[in-house]
Every structure is written in C-alpha cells, then in structure tokens.
Design a protein. Structure first.
Length: 179
C-alpha cells in the first residue's frame, strides 16, 4: 500500500468507530465520518448539515494526451442483526453468545469503490457522468457451536444505493489542470 492509500484509508475511517470500541460507548451511538453523503430528500427535510453532495478538486500536471484514473471509495452502511435458532426458526435478538463469544446486533459498514476508466486530460472540458447503482442485499453467516449444533446467525443487510459521479477538468495553464 502506498502512502497515498494509507492517508485515504485514515480519512475514510476517521470517526467511523471511536475508542472504546464497543457499541455501548455514547460516542459510538451517532457515528460521524468525513464526507458523509445523505439522500437529497433527507437533506432538504430539515437536515441541512447532512450534505447530499460532495465535491473534491485536485490539481494535475500534464499535457492534453496525459490521462488520469479516478477511484471513489466510500463506506456503505450495513445493518448487522443477530438471531438465535428456535424451534420456529431464527428469532432476532440484541445479542447472542455462542461458545463464549458474544455477537451483537449493530451497524457496520463495508467499503465500496467506483472506478472510472482512464480519462484523457484533453477530453475533460465537458463533464463525464458515471451512474452509481448498488443493489440492496443480504448475507447470512451461520453461528454453530463447537458440537455442531446450529445456534443462530448473523444477518447483514444493506439498502440500495444510487448516485452520480461527475468528472470534469479545467485547463488552468499549459500543463496544469483542475479536476
């Protein structure tokens, strides 16, 4: 991992979960991360501090034939629900201990990435629009005791996420661009 990726990782996870690393810590009840983007309807409905768009600008040196690769990384909220096995099936619970290990219902996040194919600097005078469309989903992790008995499951689910990434460049000088 290069130095730039290490910095990006630090910023991506800044504020995601704070010490002490447990759900009961008051400061982890409301998570906050740099660059959080919220649904536009939410922002307009009285939550002006929760932005529905983000803009990033960078300077690039190169001529018209130079190219740039764009990667956008973000965290996607995942609901982690714990369920215990009953005669009727799985029953959601707040926590479940299996062979001495506690499993808690909580919110997690998973990293997502949108990669834009290489773009020639000289072609960026008009915006490139890339649709972001991540379908809702669910994964199940069975919890089994050492003796083989099915004790329950962790069910992780996430909502559909849609958006748009716009990449545009502006020539500032003979070999200088603002992306």
């Amino acid at each position: 991992m290069d130095h730039l990726e290490k910095i990006a990782d630090a910023v991506l996870y800044e504020g995601y979960i704070l010490w002490p690393y447990r759900r009961s810590a008051m400061k982890n009840h409301q998570r906050w991360t740099f660059g959080g983007v919220h649904p536009e309807g939410w922002s307009r409905a009285g939550h002006e501090d929760d932005a529905s768009a983000m803009q990033t600008q960078v300077l690039i040196e190169g001529d018209d034939s130079g190219s740039v690769d764009v990667r956008v990384r973000f965290l996607h909220v995942v609901a982690r629900r714990v369920a215990r096995q009953t005669v009727q099936g799985l029953e959601e619970v707040d926590e479940l201990t299996v062979d001495g290990e506690r499993h808690l219902s909580w919110e997690e996040a998973t990293e997502r990435e949108v990669v834009v194919p290489s773009l020639r600097l000289g072609s960026l005078d008009s915006p490139r629009r890339i649709e972001i469309a991540l379908p809702a989903g669910e994964e199940r992790e069975d919890l089994t005791e050492a003796g083989g008995r099915h004790a329950g499951a962790i069910v992780r689910s996430w909502r559909e996420l849609t958006g748009e990434l716009v990449v545009e460049g502006e020539r500032l000088g003979p070999r200088l661009w603002r992306l």
